[in-house]
Structures are given as C-alpha cells and as structure tokens.
Design a protein around this ligand. Structure first.
Ligand code: MF3
Ligand code: CO
Length: 252
C-alpha cells in the first residue's frame, strides 16, 4: 500500500528534510584531508539532537543487521552504507554522505557526494553527472507520469555519459517510515510502472558507477562497493509530488 500524504503531513516531512539538508550542508563544509569519517558522524549526531530530531539510521535494521551509526560515509569505490570509522579522508577522494532523521514522527533522507580537495577530472564528471541525473529524474515527478519515466530519465543521462546505474539498491517512498512503498529504481523504461499521484513522497537516489553496475558487500556486512573497483557517486533528495509537480523537501 502506498501512503499518500496530506498537505499537513508534507509540511512535517519538509521540516524533517530541511533539518537533514542543513546538517548535510554543515558536514560538507567540514570535509577536508585529515578528517576522519567518525568525526563527521559524531558531528551529524550532535547537530541532530540540537535540532530536536533523532538519527534515522542508527539502530535501523536491514536484512537482519543493525546499522551502528548516524551517518553513512562511502568513499571512492564504496557505493553506499559505508560505516564511519577512524578512516582518514585524503585529498582526491570522493565522499558520499547519506543522512536521515526522524522529526515529529516523520523521516527525512538525503545524500550528496563531495570531493576532498582537488579531485580527478573523471571523479568530477562522475559526481556532476550523478547529480544531474537526479535532477532529470525529479523533473519527471508530475501527476500522470510513471515510475519508468523517472527511471529512464536517470538511466539515459547516466549511460549517455558512459557510466552505469546501480541495480542492487533503489530509492523508496518515505513518510512515517524510512523505507515505504514503492521501490524507486533508477533504471527502467519510459511509460511503464506505477503511475505517479499527488501526495506521493519519494526518496530518489541514483547510485552511479564509473565502471560496471555490479556490487559487492564488504565483510562488515554493510558497505556496498563496486565489484570492479571503479569510483561510485550517490545523490538523494526526498521529493513530494504536488498538483504543480515536484517539490524538493530536502533543501535549504
Ligand atoms: N539513504 C539510505 C537508504 O535509503 C540510508 C539507509 S542506511 C541504513 O537506504 F542504515 F539506515 F540502513
Ligand atoms: Co534513502
């Protein structure tokens, strides 16, 4: 069942997602060579409580495993779900920061990928194309369009640039739960799949690999990496579908 949200619920979801966006902005400004991923996690947690919200990921159970931290930090060939540790960021890395909160019973969820200092041309292009693909997808979020239209907008942008769309992970509905129906794949065919309706709120999150789309999971049971060791980027926005089209909730 897909829970359609009222205007009132969308405003609470906006508050949750604005908190996420504000904290992500602060985290982005702290990304620099020498910083550990655990430092970013601790800052994220502190800012979450300061804003009267709760971490959405810490303690979250997926496939029987409990996620131990507030933030996901995924570096270079890591696609998503990297666990913060004493690992140090280095000049030239690209870093995915994926973050969520619960506020007044509703979830916020958003992600960005940023470079540490100066990064390679390839890394810069991958990051730009992934963010552009997210925007292309969001542009499709009008009543009457279908999930396949969104998926194809993302996939065609990515593959047109010579990169690949990860299949093993998808976006999702969001509301009183972090992961609600429907699943939102980033690959598909135009004019197929679920028809979009006013009141749907979707977390759109393309994960894009510079090489092949295949993934592997590290021994920690969480960190997803590219199977071929190529770079990967991830951007995510939580977006409400309104009469007038997409309303990006996770932005300041
Ligand atoms: N944005 C990610 C997602 O939607 C974050 C989930 S991480 C987890 O899947 F730890 F909460 F699982
Ligand atoms: Co998400």
């Amino acid at each position: 069942m897909i829970a359609l949200k009222s205007a009132r619920e969308i405003e609470i979801l906006r508050r949750a997602n604005v908190i996420v966006a504000e904290i992500l902005q602060e985290l982005k400004s702290r990304v620099a060579p020498g910083v550990t991923t655990l430092e970013l996690d601790e800052l994220a947690e502190e800012l979450t409580y300061k804003k009267k919200a709760q971490p959405a990921f810490k303690g979250y159970t997926m496939a029987g495993r409990v996620y131990p931290r507030t933030l996901c930090v995924s570096i270079n060939d890591e696609i998503v779900h990297g666990i913060p540790s004493d690992r140090v960021l280095r000049e030239g890395d690209i870093v995915g920061l994926d973050f969520g909160v619960i506020y007044e019973g509703y979830y916020g969820d958003s992600a960005v990928t940023v470079g540490v200092g100066k990064v390679s041309e390839e890394a810069l292009r991958l990051t730009r194309v992934t963010e552009e693909a997210l925007c292309k997808g969001i542009e499709q979020l009008h009543e009457g369009k279908r999930l396949g239209d969104l998926a194809w907008a993302i996939q065609s942008r990515v593959e047109g640039a010579g990169f690949s769309v990860v299949r093993a992970f998808v976006g999702h509905g969001i509301g009183r739960k972090l992961h609600e129906e429907p699943p939102v794949p980033n690959y598909g065919e135009p004019d197929r799949g679920l028809r979009l309706r006013e009141g749907m709120v979707l977390a759109i999150e393309p994960m894009v690999n510079a090489g092949g789309y295949e993934v592997a999971i590290k021994e920690d049971g969480w960190t997803a990496v590219t199977r071929d060791g190529s770079l990967s980027a991830h951007f995510e926005h939580s977006v409400a579908i309104t009469k007038n089209g997409p309303d990006i909730l996770s932005r300041v």
